[in-house]
Each structure stands twice: as structure tokens, then as C-alpha cells.
Ligand binder design. Sequence first.
Ligand SMILES: Nc1ncnc2c1ncn2[C@@H]1O[C@H](COP(=O)(O)OP(=O)(O)OP(=O)(O)O)[C@@H](O)[C@H]1O
Ligand SMILES: [Mg+2]
Length: 252
Amino acid sequence: MTMLFEMTGITKRFGGLVALDRVDFSVREAEVMAIVGDNGAGKSTLIKTMSGAHAPDDGVIRMAGEAVRFRSPQDAWKSGIATIYQELALAGKMTVADNIFLGREIKRPILGIPFLDRAAMRKRTAELLNQLDVHVPSLDSWVETMSGGQRQGVAIARALNMDARLIIMDEPTAALAVAEVRKVLDFVTRLRGQGKSVVLISHNIQDVFAVSDRISVMRHGRRIAVRETRTTTPEEIIGLITGASEVRAAAS
Ligand SMILES: Nc1ncnc2c1ncn2[C@@H]1O[C@H](COP(=O)(O)OP(=O)(O)OP(=O)(O)O)[C@@H](O)[C@H]1O
Ligand SMILES: [Mg+2]
């Protein structure tokens, strides 16, 4: 089966530090792949090589079976990879629709002069939010007046509007209240329902088990394990993250 996204032997060094050590990683079509691991394990570095923010020193990246080389996040966008960083990079003093269409506004010529087609953008925004079941106070309110969960929803809607096939989320629930966490996890499930693939970095094992199909475990720059969520347990995953199972094995 062809993977939607595949990395083999990815290595990334920062001076003498090996942040990623020959990492293999793949994501299937319509799959939620979680990445877990301790602080400094290499999770963010891994997604930065997926999103074009870092160029790997070695290894191959394939999107839908084709080798790709991203020189910038724009290159990754063009291949259908959208990354939602924790800080979201939304413009606070702009409306929902303005954020979703930032840099790719719909224009309509009037007497040969292109004008912003606000009605079309509002309509499309409403459709996108509806698909994800995102509720905002109004399409015209500024994003800075919205809750963390609503902002996540807007950021995901923007990724959908850019035709992303793979959406990468770095700790999307870290700063949210319980009800909002549930909502954002629900967005993730809806994305999969629309045939999208999601890479989800999270320190919260409960969230990971609630939405993922598979779990990749990173430790000291290595992808040390990948498990089907259905057939593993939180205990096993925590043991893999901390290396506790190895310590026990060495002691016995
Ligand atoms: N730009 C950089 N320059 C130098 N070293 C870096 C850089 N980015 C990351 N590192 C180092 O690479 C290693 C992996 O960092 P990374 O940010 O990928 O970890 P992480 O798994 O995302 O951790 P956390 O859970 O704390 O976010 C760490 O030792 C970190 O200090
Ligand atoms: Mg990180």
C-alpha cells in the first residue's frame, strides 16, 4: 500500500548534536498518526523537516510515492502539507474570513478591476466552519477575541481551504480547557472523516489514545517504536517514552 507520506533515514544535526538519527516515519491516507516522546526527543524537529522549515542532512521524503525536497514551508504547502504550530500564526486583529483567506483572497473583476469578493469568502468560510463544526461568535469578530479552541478551529479551516492532505498539529490541546480539548480532538476526527491525514504531537497520552490510529515514539532523536493504537496500552507507550521497560530488562 502506498503511504501518503513517508520519510526514510532522516538525519538532522545541529552542530555536534544529532537531533534526528536515521528516522523512518510514515502516514497513511486518512490516518491520525500521533508522535510522542519526552522533552528534547526530536518531535518538533521531525515535524519541521516535514513542513519544510528544516532541511534534513540525510534521508528521503516521499509524498504520495514521489520523492520531494522542501526548500521552504511554501514548498510543503504546494505538496499538500499544512502545519499548525502551537502559536497558530493567526492575525488577531482580523476577522475569521480574513484569516482563512490571508494571502489567497478571492477576487472578482468589476469593469476589469479586481475587487475582493467578500461575499464569496464569507460563504466559503461558513462552509468550512460548518464542515468542522466550529462555532464562532460571528464571522466578523476578530480572532483575538476567540477562545483557544475556536482559534484552533479557524487554523484548521485555513489548512482545509488550502487543500491540505496532511495536517500537522504540534500540541494543539496543550493550553486548552477540558471542553475545548474535546472540541479540538473532534476536529481531528472530522478531518480524518474527510479523508485527510493528521500528524498530532501531544504530551497527553489520553488525547493520543482518544484520536490516533497509530503512535510513533521518539527518544533521543530516534523513532524507537510505532504501534497500532488499538493493540497497545498507555502503560506500554509510557514505558517506551521513558525507557522504563529497558531499565527493568537491564536490571533483571
Ligand atoms: N534550532 C536548533 N538549534 C540547535 N539545537 C536544536 C534546535 N532545535 C532543536 N534543537 C535540539 O534538538 C533536540 C530535539 O529538540 P526538539 O525541539 O525537536 O524536541 P521535542 O521533542 O520537540 O521536545 P519538546 O517536547 O520539549 O517540545 C533538543 O536537544 C534540542 O535542544
Ligand atoms: Mg517540541
